[in-house]
Design a protein around this ligand. Structure first.
Ligand code: KG4
Ligand code: ZN
Length: 341
């Protein structure tokens, strides 16, 4: 297969992204357009709006990225699109675009699994002080996914545990909504939690100490809903909201710390622990996971936030990893809204 720069496209949820990455991992251009403002009024991602916004943004973003890299379509070795898991409308827009360019320019196409792209980001040369060797552990903590994966090689992933109900970011978003905080809830909940007392409100810690490393967050969210319902009518007092937010964040932190501890028992030879997803931005969570990692003598690698959340660098890089082992996709490769690793 030809080697050279790869154009990656990400459109599985509410970020439209395009990036060009060289075979050696150099990022030649990267663009991300967050649709948060398009969805804010609805309190969550609206699939139809997301697909249309991807379509509106993508062409110009790719043109900009090519200009920044000083390349034309003809200079690319391949075009890669996220083909799942995700919202089908967005996946069809992104992969349709990628396939169209691949056909027109006579290039290789790669259908990339979004979770695999998160999993391989840590191997981008220069990202971590020491590039993690296989196997390593990935803790993916985003709005759409919560899972723990042993990354054993390119294309070789062992799912150790995942959420039984809500993703952790989703739990933050729903809890924030209950507390009357703005969307997206994670950052606003973290901010108000700083004013609160994390021991003020007793909350459950589902799955704590349970075998394996599955997660569950819906019970926690329900407990918050009951607390809020028991409040006197009218707007929730800010001090009370802060105490609930701090207590919620402490419960999630305890759960994630415990789950990481258990995940390491399922993959004792992990060379490192990688955290990814928007929730990895949370300082309390990051600090706890770092403490667990240190106790186990493993390095914790948190890619810079722009590579932790949804982006296209990870898609282009995963394609480079696939090309390096001689793999590409057929032009009729389908999109898969559900596509476990
Ligand atoms: O990875 P991401 O940008 O997008 C996907 O879900 O794919 O993650 C977004 C999620 C949202 O649920 C958001 O509320 C959460 O990450 N999040 C946070 C923080 N920043 C973003 N959750 C907790 N604390 C934060 N500081
Ligand atoms: Zn993601």
């Amino acid at each position: 297969l030809p080697r050279g720069p790869v154009l990656g496209i990400e459109s599985s949820c509410d970020e439209t992204a395009a990036a060009i990455v060289a075979p050696d991992g150099r990022i030649l251009a990267e663009r991300v357009y967050s649709q948060i403002a398009d969805h804010a009024a609805f309190g969550g991602v609206v699939p139809e709006i997301a697909a249309r916004a991807h379509l509106a943004a993508l062409g110009a973003m790719v043109k900009d990225a090519l200009r920044e890299a000083g390349l034309g379509f003809g200079d690319l070795a391949a075009i890669a699109g996220t083909a799942g898991p995700g919202l089908i409308g967005g996946l069809l827009v992104g992969t349709g675009y990628a396939k169209g360019v691949a056909i027109a320019a006579g290039k290789t196409y790669l259908a990339i699994n979004h979770l695999e792209a998160h999993a391989l980001t840590a191997r981008l040369p220069g990202l971590a002080p020491v590039r993690p060797a296989f196997p390593y552990l990935l803790l993916l903590l985003s709005g759409g996914h919560s899972q723990c994966v042993a990354v054993e090689g390119v294309g070789s992933y062992r799912l150790l545990g995942s959420t039984l109900d809500d993703a952790v970011g989703e739990a933050f978003d729903k809890t924030a909504k209950l507390l009357g905080l703005p969307y997206p809830g994670g950052p606003s909940l973290e901010a108000i939690a700083q004013e609160g007392d994390a021991r003020a409100v007793p909350l459950p810690r589902p799955m704590l100490h349970r075998e394996g490393c599955d997660f569950s967050f819906s019970g926690l969210k329900t407990a918050v809903a009951q607390l809020v319902a028991a409040e006197p009518p009218g707007a929730l007092a800010r001090a009370r909201a802060a105490d609930i937010a701090a207590s919620f964040q402490a419960a999630v932190t305890d759960i994630l710390g415990d789950r990481l501890d258990h995940a390491l028992k399922l993959c004792p030879d992990a060379s490192a622990i990688i955290i990814a997803g928007g929730v990895a931005a949370n300082t309390a969570i990051r600090t706890r996971l770092a403490a667990v990692a240190e106790k186990e003598g493993k390095p914790l690698i948190a890619p810079p936030l722009r590579l932790c959340t949804d982006n296209a660098v990870m898609v282009a890089w995963a394609a480079q990893e696939r090309l390096a082992v001689g793999q590409a996709s057929a032009l009729n490769a389908p999109c898969k809204p559900r596509w476990p690793l």
